[in-house]
Ligand binder design. Sequence first.
Ligand code: CP
Ligand code: NVA
Length: 311
Amino acid sequence: MTRHFLTLLDLSTGELDWILKRASVLKAFRRKGEPHERSLLGKSIAILLEKVSTRTRLSFEIAAFELGAYPVVLIGRDTQLARGEPVEDTARMLNAYVHLVVYRTFGHDRLKALAQYSSIPVVNGLSDTHHPCQLLADLLTIGECFQRKGAELNGIRVAWVGDGNNVAHSWIEAAVLTGIELTLACPVGYGPNPSILNHALSKGARVQLTENPLLAIKGAHVVVTDVWASMGQEEEEFHRKAAFKGFTVDQNLMSLAAPNAIFLHCLPAHRGEEVTSEVIDGPQSRVWEEAENRLHTQKAILEWLLLGPHE
Ligand code: CP
Ligand code: NVA
């Protein structure tokens, strides 16, 4: 059966562990300036983008190149998808050309439809409800900062301050697979999707919700946020700015976190909205390491899906 990576829960704990450890190995090679195995020689991958992207595109394109695969970037509006070709037909056609497709789109159903009609692995490069690739980089970053190997993040306390969006949902699923204790502080009406949250809770995830950022951040080892209006929500920006008042991660809030706490943000960031310049450019910020780790974790995802699941 073809494996896909549409949400973090498509991974077992063992597979997550393998991906994080493999990413660390590949990162070490690159850091030393040594070439690593070109394990995907002869493979081609498509990166199909219906929303804009900087990091996801760059990291998958370079990851494929460095592993010996050929990456083809397709901008959705320049494809027949923009003229109404069904995503199901696109899937059946892509199967014949490439060995894997990374898809960034709006509704998660489009991603599921692509996967359903695909005999090759489909990777979620971000949908309205999930951003699993981001979480792999975030978990690798936390592991590096707190000296935890692989998926052993038991007991790390994470505070999410902001919108209950796609990245927040993937954090909730990360709490299922790792031992992290996640508290989400979201304004009223902007919490996470209840069915994603309840599913995670039913699987034993330690996740709490609050409307008070101070409560969430108190004693946290990791403070994380994201934009207040995600791609596709541009028309809501004005109302969201009012609703998210008091949710800016500033130095005052950060001072409530654990003394060795780090700050993460998937980027792009809006300085002065969800985070102040002082925090994102300050000593606790690990956002650039986090962005770099996208490259190393994408390599591990590609190897996992194209060379067979490893545990
Ligand atoms: N974090 C992230 O996915 O960035 P891009 O939107 O630039 O790909
Ligand atoms: N929540 C953001 C993440 C961007 C990487 C968005 O969907 O726009």
